[in-house]
Design a protein around this ligand. Structure first.
Ligand code: SIN
Length: 523
């Protein structure tokens, strides 16, 4: 009997789950065994944290051409136009499908979908469920994954490395090596196809809206296997994370709050975006984040203000219940007073280089969602295009995997050892802190030649610290994470050094090009 196609999906956010469901559906008759593995449940994924929504053309006066143009404009001339077109054209169909699957999006008085405004969009086209849209998508997809007999799920495995073979079939990925985060067991899992959907890498920065698991593990694994990346210099900083220095995690205040009428204020109370960009407070994120950064520097202020008092309290409560509750828990009341905000690392626009079907430069390996560099986002991501990408490209990836077929016989999965976890050493903890606080601070919103080169030199030295920690017997999850974070940091910094000109989120103050004038503060 012909064996089933064996597929491993690493990561359980929207991209991973929508791929698994599509493939399971397409291959019902041929047979497929999909194993989704991750370190934690999807409630800890980047997708689950997404507040804003899914960008989709749902209004009769809007068009996919306008959505395309907004995406290309925000992407600073660095998008792949064919990928942009493919993705934005399928927005409305994705929303219809999600509704059929039971998704509950916010509606207006007449029962139509209520689309919000976000930065860089020329129309209101962000379909959302309050300020917890990602969680709604995760709920709908996870319910289907649980019921699907062709999908198995393990939520205690950290992927360490790709298994790569080079034989008569050529160089290809045929599995992964994992560590069980509970038992420390190391195991090889073989598969015809491996799909990386590991999410973001915001943890490489000190302030990030991303959850703790956003360590760039997929990108790091791909790098170790020599798989090409793209656009890693382009790191999007969200303009409005809540400033709360006593809190460990950084909390996002959705851009939809500005879409509903909130405005940014300088520390002295003056409007921050006046005279900066014709879209004002809803300018592309790189423009707003840089304007805030400049004001914070000039006025030596740890934050600026977001004034949402013009939004009616009932509307705020209805559309942003999580943000309201979080603010209240910190003694802030957005209905009555401006709240303190600052930019924080939010999204890696690049990633593992893929085509529009998620295929990477290594046979048998696909990448989807934030860890992939499909070319959709270019130098800056249009708000809420990422959940859309995580729904559209997996569909095409599933078609591609289906036609790739079963390879020759696979080796059996095997346990190859066990680490006895030690907990992190002082060296690992301090190295992680230095990476985030000092080195990557030089590779942030505004970069300079000297800072980039200093960070690059320091990043090379970190390797020795990690080797010392390993040689001293340390076996901790923090050390595995550090290994990934340092690789991703090197990719970001290295590509930032090589970027010939400023575009989107990459801003080198020493680059002397005309384009930079377009985003300099005018007042
Ligand atoms: C937000 O709600 O502001 C974030 C949405 C996104 O990053 O696309």
């Amino acid at each position: 009997m012909k064996r089933k196609l064996k597929v491993i999906v690493v990561g359980n956010g929207v991209a991973g789950m929508s791929f698994a469901l599509r493939l399971a559906d397409r291959m019902k008759t041929e047979g497929v065994a999909i194993h989704m593995l991750s370190r934690t449940g999807p409630e800890y994924s980047n997708s689950n944290a997404a507040q804003g929504g899914v960008a989709a053309v749902i209004h009769p006066l809007d068009s996919w051409e306008q959505h395309r143009d907004d995406t290309l404009e925000v992407g600073g001339g660095r998008c792949e136009p064919a990928v942009v077109e493919l993705v934005v054209k399928e927005g409305a169909a994705c929303i219809r499908e999600l509704l059929d699957q039971g998704a509950r999006f916010d509606t207006d008085d007449r029962g139509g979908l209520n689309a919000a405004r976000e930065g860089g969009h020329s129309a209101a086209r962000v379909v959302h469920r309050g300020d917890r849209t990602g969680a709604e998508l995760v709920r709908v997809l996870q319910a289907q994954v649980k019921l699907n007999p062709n999908i198995s799920v393990t939520e205690t495995l950290m992927a360490l490395d790709l298994l790569v073979t080079d034989d008569r079939l050529g160089r290809r990925c045929n599995g992964i090596r994992t560590i069980d985060v509970g038992s420390g067991e190391i195991k090889l899992h073989h598969a015809d196809v491996v799909v990386l959907a590991t999410g973001g890498a915001g943890q490489v920065y000190r302030h990030t809206t991303n959850p703790a698991g956003a360590t760039g593990s997929g990108v790091a694994m791909a790098m170790r296997a020599g798989v090409p990346l793209r656009d890693m210099a382009f790191v999007q900083f969200h303009p409005t994370a809540l400033y709360a220095p006593e809190q460990e995690a950084t909390f996002l205040v959705s851009e939809a709050v500005r879409g509903a009428g909130a405005v940014l204020l300088q520390p002295n109370g003056e409007r921050l975006m006046d005279g900066v960009h014709h879209m004002g407070d809803l300018a592309p994120r790189n423009v707003v984040a840089r304007a805030i950064h400049a004001v914070m520097r000039q006025q030596n202020a740890p934050h600026v203000w977001l004034d949402a008092t013009l939004i009616r309290e009932a509307r705020f409560a209805r559309e942003f219940p999580m943000i309201q509750a979080h603010c209240w828990s910190l003694g802030l009341d957005p209905a009555r007073e401006p709240i303190p905000v600052m930019p924080a690392a939010h999204y890696i626009c690049g990633g593992i280089r893929t085509d529009a079907q998620g295929r990477t430069g290594l046979d048998g390996l696909y990448a989807l969602g934030e860890c992939a560099g499909s070319g959709l986002h270019g130098a800056d991501r249009l708000a809420s295009n990422s959940l859309l990408e995580a729904l559209v490209i997996p569909k095409h990836a599933a078609n591609s995997v289906m036609s790739s077929g079963v390879q020759n016989a696979l080796p059996h999965d095997a346990v190859t050892g066990r680490y006895h976890f030690t907990g992190p050493s002082f060296l690992t903890i301090t190295t992680m802190k230095t990476l985030r606080d000092r080195m990557m601070d030089q590779v942030g919103i505004v970069r300079e030649d000297a800072g980039l080169h200093a960070a690059w030199r320091d990043l090379k030295k970190i390797r020795q610290d990690m080797e010392r920690a390993w040689a001293s017997g340390e076996r901790s999850m923090e050390l595995f994470d550090l290994r990934d974070l340092v690789m991703v940091a090197r990719a970001i910094c290295g590509q930032a050094i090589e970027e010939p000109r400023n575009a989107g989120t990459h801003w080198n103050a020493d680059a002397n090009d005309d384009h930079s004038l377009a985003t300099v503060r005018m007042n």
